[in-house]
Design a protein around this ligand. Structure first.
Ligand code: MN
Length: 248
């Protein structure tokens, strides 16, 4: 049987705020990630939030690729800032888990796709910074927290030529948008791969010796609802994550 690339999805922690188990932590990812990966040629597995670096190395060695999912805000001290009043809930334990995974993936040369917070974590992990809140920090920013169904596109992005994204998409596409934070200073060794028409960075790519791409929108919410462009994007990412036996 031909092996499909095994793609780890970085998990998240959901703290129950009511019901029968208030305060209980649950490990989760939105099922759209699993569906998109499996629809587009991969096998998905969820990586729980954990602090042990050695265990994460061991897990990543087993995987062919990594997807970092969306989630809470990133704690601003991780990029050297004090919190603005607009900073929302953050969970540093999850941030450190993401950052550790990213550095391990880079060292082990495992392809990475960062989505929303996953892209922001990628930028922070390698030395970049974030706008803590677009509304107050970025003049004339469009609405990036859409009030529409999750698979509905709400703004345009321009794709920068000669990037991996330019092999996946035409020069202008429409995307969904569920973020109030965004990349501010792009990390060294990364390049901008897509921008919204208000100048907000919507995708970054690593220029070093590993395949790492981050997008600010949620392609998994669109791909799992049948969006062909976003399915192609997942397919091309998953093609980069060949199982070891096949790539030899
Ligand atoms: Mn956006």
């Amino acid at each position: 049987m031909k092996k499909k690339p095994l793609i780890g999805i970085a998990g998240n922690i959901l703290i129950m705020d009511g019901g029968k188990f208030p305060g209980m932590k649950r490990t989760y990812v939105n099922h759209d990630y699993v569906e998109s990966i499996e629809l587009c040629g991969g096998n998905a597995i969820i990586i729980p939030v954990k602090a042990s670096h050695d265990e994460l190395v061991r897990l990543l060695e087993l995987l062919d690729g990594l997807v970092l999912s969306g989630g809470y805000d990133i704690a601003p001290d991780l990029y050297g800032e004090e919190p603005l009043p607009q900073q929302e809930f953050n969970y540093p334990e999850v941030d450190l888990f993401y950052i550790d995974l990213l550095k391990i993936a880079r060292d082990l040369k495992k392809p990475v796709l960062g989505i929303c917070k996953g892209m922001q974590a990628m930028n922070v992990a390698f030395g970049g910074s974030l706008f803590q809140d677009l509304k107050v920090q970025k003049e004339k920013a469009f609405k990036h927290s859409q009030d529409a169904l999750r698979y509905q596109a709400s703004h345009k992005v321009e794709i920068i030529s000669k990037t991996f994204l330019s092999k996946c998409f035409p020069s202008e596409i429409r995307v969904n948008s569920f973020h109030h934070q965004a990349v501010k200073d792009v990390a060294p060794d990364f390049q901008v791969a897509a921008v919204a028409l208000d100048g907000v960075v919507e995708a970054i790519e690593y220029t070093g010796d590993n395949f790492m791409v981050g997008v600010q929108w949620h392609p998994e919410m669109m791909a799992s609802f049948g969006n062909k462009q976003m399915q192609t994007f997942f397919e091309l990412f998953i093609k980069k994550c060949k199982p070891e036996e096949e790539s030899k």
